[in-house]
Write a protein that binds this ligand. Structure first.
Ligand SMILES: [Zn+2]
Length: 881
């Protein structure tokens, strides 16, 4: 379908379904090319719908084989079936059952939506609207049904048969070589949470007893031979289940909980009730094939999908506009879990880095949209950083505003009141308004208004009166479809920092300010503080208490003082980032004077050297974050217009090398002190030591290439884990030399049979900031491990290249042409992965005119292609609008 033909779906057009489906009995006979699906649906008219309505069920590329009502075949004149819909104009006036038979070819399903085969394993992905590719259905989240699923398959091909809920029967079919399993899920759910898995799989398992005494069998299923890599996922599952009982009072509610890893998967993972299906990248881990970062993300994503059992499954979304109701809330919950398991400030810094690089850039470009969009053509394009990450920030702000106790009471009320329903943001917020006694109607604007607010702050100190005045103002730039913006409610955690740390806060004018919280809910605010003994430095947005940009005119000396003495770890880190950002924004413009950058480099180098000497070993994970400068892409976004990626990159490199040089003398001692003894362990403390060591290695590679190459080779040879080996490879990619090519080849040889590790190898090469990278990437597409059919490979190599600031944005436009050609090729087989890739163009309007012209041409070429998917057409159209 052309996008021009695709209807625009609007939130205000929401109407309840005219029909409901109380129970679904599925009988699925699995076969690689000819899977037969028989669906028995118990239908009744929805009292909230239009009486006497026709019954219209959704389909997608379906072929109807048979249809009957109450067991009697339906005359062909009584219905109309197309691949996209099944319409019965005059359904019976009473409750009835509908039996639908369809036949599917899972092997030919390259879209990886609905039922497909991945490495000989049958599996499903139904969110957002994949279930309609299995059978005709009311495929909308507010139609919730109780499912019973009978699966049948060749026993040799699929000895394991899994679906949602509890196993109620299983057995052989004598003489046929086939067997069956029947699963029943007592909890009503929308179709997007349906799942099945069939195949030859190994597993690890463990019993678990919930806080309310319910015994649960936990299992993680993986490809045969990989059970040894499933232990960390299972361990993470046990820990997050306990955490959800303790922190949110949530117990699990079925007899089994299964996690399955598959190798071809469009997303990270999917929270199907009782049967979570994962991209194997987020399950498999051992020290040889997973990095510290992988261990951390497996822990986070296992938790995320498990937490959905309450925030998403027990309480689901009324419609897809409410996606953030489950996603923003569940991201918040998994962030809190990781913070409790690891270091809270380090986790916060990492999350804010991601937020700024993915969400702030989305807000600043043509694809900007509110946390709750009001209209869409293709919902698959709204699984965005705005819905997920900014959605989580909104929950975090809510907690800051109403306080921890009222937040927990509000959550309890939400679970109690909305359990078993398909809810809305309004229903969710009402629980917190009631629990806190606060009016949250202004706060709700966060869900409706797109764009990143800017807070402008300035302070004045009156030494004679011992009075400090802080002036704050906010504004949000226009975004597509929203030219005028209203003020939002901004909770600003803050402190006033004096020579010996935080000063007491005494104010007559603001109820919260004494506790270190300012609520800026209008366009501007002026606050007076009394009895301030010395001129303070304001420390604002502590813990990044609101997803906003802060403009605060502090000199480098004040920022460096905050870095050394702020009581808030996040703002210590932020202070150095601010110094570096300001210098890079100035030096990163074409033809800019580079002298001020050299001065900043000296100041930062001295501060970091002193910090590492005094503090580097106290919290190495934090020190590693401190050492890492804002990425060139962050500087590009700060500059905002007429961006020249080469100029930014050059400034960034010169600052990094200068800092590296300042630290060089200190490095060997530190690196030795940070070395871990004994076998690899993935815990946060060990990971932190490796992170700092590897950060230093990267700096050494930049500022002393020959010495850096020695260190990389040495580390690669000596390492007993992937984290250190990959860090050696990544550092080496910064050093153009024959030695680099040798190490690249050694890495490929060492991991020849490990596609997930080779993904990292592909990406490390795709990110090399040199003009030859485009040819290298083209050549790597011919490597045996690469396949356009596997989303992980595409994201690693092509997605990696599209994230390479200087090479994707090559001055000759060839980077754009290459990526857009792949989008076009990929769109024929997997539109979702193609449209995600096209999203790499989201920042094209901030570039200088020549690159803009090339980017526009590439986007227009995509947009002009005949028979584009709705996914890709929608992104191309919005990016060009
Ligand atoms: Zn989720």
């Amino acid at each position: 379908m052309r996008n021009d033909d695709a209807p625009l779906i609007r939130l205000e057009d929401y109407r309840p379904s005219n029909w409901l489906i109380d129970t679904v009995d599925l009988d699925i006979s699995l076969h690689p090319q000819k899977t037969r699906v028989r669906a028995l649906l118990a239908l009744r008219a929805n009292p909230a719908g239009e009486p006497g309505s026709p019954l219209v069920l959704d389909g997608d590329e379906l072929a109807l084989k048979a249809l009957s009502i109450d067991g009697r075949p339906l005359d062909a004149s009584a219905y109309e079936a197309t691949p996209q819909a099944l319409t019965i104009p005059n359904p019976p006036p009473h409750d009835f059952t509908l039996t639908i038979e369809t036949e599917l070819d899972p092997s030919a399903n390259t879209k990886l939506m609905g039922l497909y085969r991945s490495s000989r394993v049958y599996c499903t992905q139904c969110e957002a609207d994949g279930f309609r590719r299995i059978t005709y259905f009311l495929d909308r989240p507010d139609v919730m049904s109780v499912y019973t699923v009978r699966l049948e398959a060749e026993k040799a091909e699929a000895p394991v048969l899994l679906s949602n809920g509890n196993l109620v029967a299983a057995g052989e079919i004598p003489g046929s070589g086939r067997h069956f399993a029947v699963w029943h899920d007592p909890h009503p759910k929308p179709a997007y949470l349906f799942a099945l898995v069939g195949g030859a799989l190994d597993h690890v398992r463990q019993d678990y007893v919930t806080a309310d005494g319910h015994k649960v069998e936990l299992a993680v299923y993986v490809e045969p031979g990989k059970a040894g890599r499933a232990g960390w996922a299972l361990d993470s599952l046990v820990r997050c289940m306990r955490w959800d009982e303790q922190v949110f009072g949530r117990n699990y509610d079925l007899d089994v909980f299964n996690v399955v890893a598959v190798s071809d998967f469009n997303m990270g993972a999917m929270e199907n009730k009782g049967l979570n299906i994962f991209n194997d990248k987020y399950v498999l881990a051992d020290p040889q094939t997973a990095t510290d970062g992988d261990y951390a993300s497996i822990e986070a994503i296992i938790a995320h999908e498990y937490f959905h059992n309450w925030t998403g499954n027990r309480i689901t979304c009324r419609d897809w506009f409410q996606l953030c109701l489950k996603e923003g809330l569940t991201v918040f919950r998994d962030q809190e879990f990781s913070s409790d398991e690891r270091s809270r400030p380090v986790k916060r810094i990492a999350d804010v880095r991601t937020l700024r690089s993915t969400q702030f850039s989305e807000d600043a470009g043509p694809l900007a949209h509110p946390v709750r969009p009001r209209a869409y053509k293709e919902i698959n394009n709204f699984y965005t950083p705005t819905v997920y990450e900014k959605g989580a920030e909104v929950i975090r702000m809510l907690k800051v505003l109403i306080g921890d106790d009222a937040f927990r009471q509000g959550m309890d009320l939400y679970f109690e009141r909305c359990d078993g329903t398909a809810a809305t943001i309004e229903a969710f917020l009402a629980c917190f308004a009631e629990a806190s006694g606060q009016d949250l109607s202004d706060f709700a604007r966060w869900y409706e208004q797109a764009g990143t607010p800017t807070i402008v702050a300035s302070g004045r100190y009156d030494a004679a009166a011992k009075r400090y005045t802080l002036d704050l103002a906010q504004s949000t730039p226009p975004t597509p479809g929203q030219p005028e913006k209203q003020p939002v409610v901004l909770p600003i955690r803050f402190g006033l920092v004096g020579a010996k740390g935080d000063l007491p806060l005494k104010t007559a004018s603001n109820a919260y300010a004494g506790d270190g919280l300012i609520v800026l809910d209008g366009a501007c605010l002026s606050l007076g503080f009394e009895d301030v003994p010395e001129a303070p430095i304001p420390s604002l947005l502590r813990g990044f208490s609101a997803p906003a940009r802060l403009e605060l005119d502090l000199g480098d000396a004040d920022l460096l003082r905050l870095f050394s003495s702020d009581s808030d770890s996040f703002n210590r880190w932020q202070a150095l980032q601010s110094v570096a950002t300001r210098a890079l924004v100035t030096a990163g413009k074409p033809g800019a004077d580079q002298k001020p950058l050299a001065a900043t480099a000296t100041a930062l180098g001295e501060a970091l050297d002193a910090f590492l000497k005094a503090d580097g070993l106290t919290d190495p994970a934090f020190a590693a974050q401190v050492l890492r400068l804002p990425a060139p892409a962050d500087i590009a976004r700060e500059i905002g217009k007429d961006v020249d990626p080469e100029a930014i990159f050059a400034a960034h490199r010169s600052l990094s090398s200068a800092i590296g040089k300042a630290l060089l003398g200190n490095m060997p001692g530190l690196s030795a002190a940070l070395a871990t003894s004994g076998p690899y362990r993935p815990d946060a403390a060990s990971a932190g030591r490796r992170a700092l060591r590897n950060e230093l290695l990267g700096l050494a590679a930049l500022c002393a290439p020959a010495k850096g190459a020695d260190l990389c080779e040495e580390q690669f040879g000596a390492a007993d884990n992937l984290t250190d080996r990959l860090a050696a490879l990544a550092a080496m990619t910064l050093i153009p030399s024959e030695r680099r090519e040798v190490l690249i080849a050694r890495f490929a040889e060492a991991y020849a049979n490990e596609p997930l590790v080779l993904d990292k190898w592909l990406m490390a090469q795709a990110l090399i900031p040199e003009p030859a990278t485009l040819d290298r990437v083209k050549k790597l597409m011919q490597h045996p491990v690469f396949s356009l059919g596997n989303p992980n490979r595409v994201r690693a190599l092509i997605g990696g290249f599209a994230a390479n600031l200087t090479q994707f944005n090559r001055p000759d436009g060839e980077g754009y042409g290459f990526v857009s050609d792949i989008v076009i090729a990929l769109d024929r087989t997997n539109p979702q992965v193609a449209s995600r890739l096209l999203g790499s163009f989201k920042s094209w309007r901030m570039l200088e005119p020549r690159r803009q012209r090339f980017a526009r041409e590439a986007l227009s070429t995509v947009a002009r292609m005949p028979n584009l998917s709705r996914d890709v057409a929608d992104i191309a159209e919005r990016a060009l609008a």
